[in-house]
Write a protein that binds this ligand. Structure first.
Ligand SMILES: N[C@@H](CCC(=O)N[C@@H](CS)C(=O)NCC(=O)O)C(=O)O
Length: 213
């Protein structure tokens, strides 16, 4: 059976939401990142950097959240978690998925874990301040995009895997001085996400406490 290795609320949540949206059969495997079993040889055999997520399916072992998501969508041929081939929104879907992963995700990680790239307290504070500015500007861009098309979901009227990714990242800004949910378009959009049963199931299965965003 398909198995998703996860840690509650981490980027593995995006894949978890998508699996729930599709309705695949799977099991969850909790990786206790605090106790370091992710550095155990058995976990490192799945992911050499000891990170989540990892997806196992039929002998396949896959890491990198966007690769996992694109694979899940392939398994889900015909369903509507990405625009159809030939639709002008398809390249936009790729653009935003990659942008979320390489840009917003990366800057949120710097903000939340400056100790991973800087040693002294002063250097960490500087990294955090720069990351905060970038994250604010990037959530402002998301806000503008939602306002520009006025649709229900990030690509407009098509609900897609990009929404699961964006929601997961927006959660991480809960404790920031300008959380994503404080912006008018984003706030309403995130509430629409919370109203989705698949999003609710994934949060409850990961025992994430309220408020979710
Ligand atoms: N580019 C990777 C990043 C994975 C990643 O950084 N995972 C974090 C959680 S969001 C992790 O496992 N951190 C644990 C650690 O650093 O020990 C992806 O998108 O899958």
């Amino acid at each position: 059976m398909m198995r998703l290795h996860y840690y509650p609320g981490f980027i593995s949540l995006a894949a978890h939401i998508i699996i729930e949206e599709i309705g695949l059969e799977y099991e969850l495997s909790f990786v206790n990142l605090h106790k370091g079993p992710n550095k155990n040889p058995s976990y490192l055999a799945l992911h050499p950097d000891g990170l989540v997520p990892v997806l196992e399916n039929d002998g396949l072992v896959l890491y990198e959240s966007t690769a996992i998501i694109l694979y899940l969508l392939e398994l889900n041929e015909g369903a509507t978690l990405s625009p159809k081939q030939g639709n002008m929104l398809k390249p936009q879907f790729y653009q935003w998925l990659m942008w979320l992963s390489t840009t917003l995700h990366a800057n949120l990680s710097l903000y939340l874990h400056p100790n991973k790239v800087a040693v002294s307290v002063e250097a960490q504070a500087e990294v955090r301040a720069v990351a905060e500015q970038r994250v604010n500007a990037q959530f402002d861009r998301v806000e503008e995009e939602l306002a520009r098309h006025g649709g229900m979901w990030f690509l407009g009227e098509t609900y897609s895997a990009v929404d699961a990714y964006l929601f997961t990242l927006a959660r991480w800004s809960r404790g920031m001085p300008r959380p994503a949910a404080g912006r008018p378009q984003l706030g309403a959009y995130l509430q629409r996400m919370i109203d989705r049963p698949a999003v609710q199931r994934a949060h409850m299965q990961e025992h994430l406490s309220q408020p979710w965003v």
